[in-house]
Design a protein. Structure first.
Length: 366
């Protein structure tokens, strides 16, 4: 994935007609090979929504996924969309990726002739090479990946969801439907054969729910699987939690744990998601917990301690009272009273987290 994004007018390849023609030839010529059930493991391809460009980004690379989560907060993580191969297997073909240097969007194609056409005719598209491998024709266990062309932005959109495809066609007429781009998988064991990734289960619990604003909360993710490795990343309402991305699992037996501690949650409701990255033998998985942070509209709880400079003291002598307030970076004032009556220190501003009041007017008890 490449650099910062601009909003200049897009330049994009328009290849829908020949895409359909080439796809038909591929389906005819490679259909037999594609029907052979493949026992090779497939890996998750995740999807992000770019709030700045209104486009989507897809990656099979866990390191790239974590980089986007850490560095690009305007990318909304939408989770696993489908499964594909990281290396070429029998019957598969590379999916090529381009980066549009004018708009910061990406274009994907499985068609070699289309890739070559873009390289030769659209210099604003930086070729990033094969990013994963997919099937050009249907096979047992595969599903269609639908492709659209946005005539307003020149970007492309891809989805395996029939309901999402139909929604786009009904709702956004400026999206031109280009048909099936290629075949992907809905699970990590295409063809139903052995050699697929083992299923995993992720759970997440909170150390304090509800909790107060400014208090420290630890979220503990537990993952079960087979000879687990990998990591867990935590998000808060879709945004990565600082220092909680790519936390390596601490494994014991068939289970692993990863913890995320934060004191930066604002008052309100937070959907905390723990996402396990998967590894060479285990599939990705995730789970969530809804964390409630209380604080009276954002005000955290405080405690106040009071100390005297002299206790007991003589009548007429000067006594200094120091109030110390603990909380989340407290500001404001402190009022000092004697039996409910102000002693001349009605609103002393906090200096740091302390306020003082000195008086020599205290009368002896009666």
């Amino acid at each position: 994935m490449q650099g910062e994004f601009s909003k200049s007018k897009n330049v994009a390849p328009r290849t829908s007609a020949w895409l359909k023609g080439i796809a038909a030839v591929l389906a005819l010529g490679l259909g037999l090979a594609a029907q052979v059930a493949c026992a090779e493991q497939a890996y998750p391809v995740v999807r992000f929504y770019n709030e700045r460009t209104g486009t989507h980004f897809y990656t099979i690379d866990g390191t790239e996924r974590d980089k986007v989560l850490n560095l690009y907060p305007w990318f909304d993580y939408e989770g696993v969309q489908f499964y594909a191969y990281k290396t070429q297997v029998s019957g598969s073909q590379p999916v090529y990726r381009f980066f549009n240097t004018r708009t910061g969007t990406h274009f994907y194609t499985i068609v070699t002739a289309e890739k070559d056409f873009v390289i030769q005719n659209y210099p604003v598209f930086a070729y990033e090479g094969p990013v994963y491998y997919a099937m050009p024709a249907a096979m047992t266990g595969s599903e269609d990946l639908y492709r659209f062309y946005n005539t307003r932005t020149g970007a492309h959109f891809y989805t395996t969801s029939v309901s999402e495809r139909d929604h786009v066609q009904i709702t956004w007429p400026w999206f031109t439907y280009e048909g099936v781009a290629y075949q992907v998988f809905a699970d990590p064991a295409p063809g139903g054969g052995g050699g697929g990734l083992a299923a995993t289960t992720t759970t997440i619990v909170s150390s304090a729910n509800p909790a107060m604003v400014g208090s420290s909360v630890t979220f503990m993710a537990s993952v079960t699987g087979t000879a687990l490795t990998g990591s867990v990343s935590f998000t808060d309402n879709g945004a990565a939690i600082a220092t909680c991305t790519g936390i390596a699992l601490a494994v014991s037996g068939s289970a692993g744990t990863a913890a995320c501690t934060t004191s930066g949650l604002a008052a309100g409701s937070h959907t905390i998601v723990a996402s396990y990255s998967g590894d060479a033998a285990n599939a990705v998985s995730s789970n969530s917990v809804v964390e409630a942070i209380n604080g009276g509209g954002g005000a955290g709880a405080t405690t106040t301690a009071l100390a005297s400079s002299a206790n007991p003291a003589q009548v007429g002598s000067s006594v200094t009272f120091t109030a110390t307030v603990t909380g989340s970076s407290p500001t404001g004032t402190v009022g000092f009273t004697d039996a409910g009556v102000s002693i001349g220190c009605a609103a002393v501003a906090l200096a740091g987290n302390a306020a003082t009041c000195s008086t020599s007017a205290l009368a002896p008890p009666t």
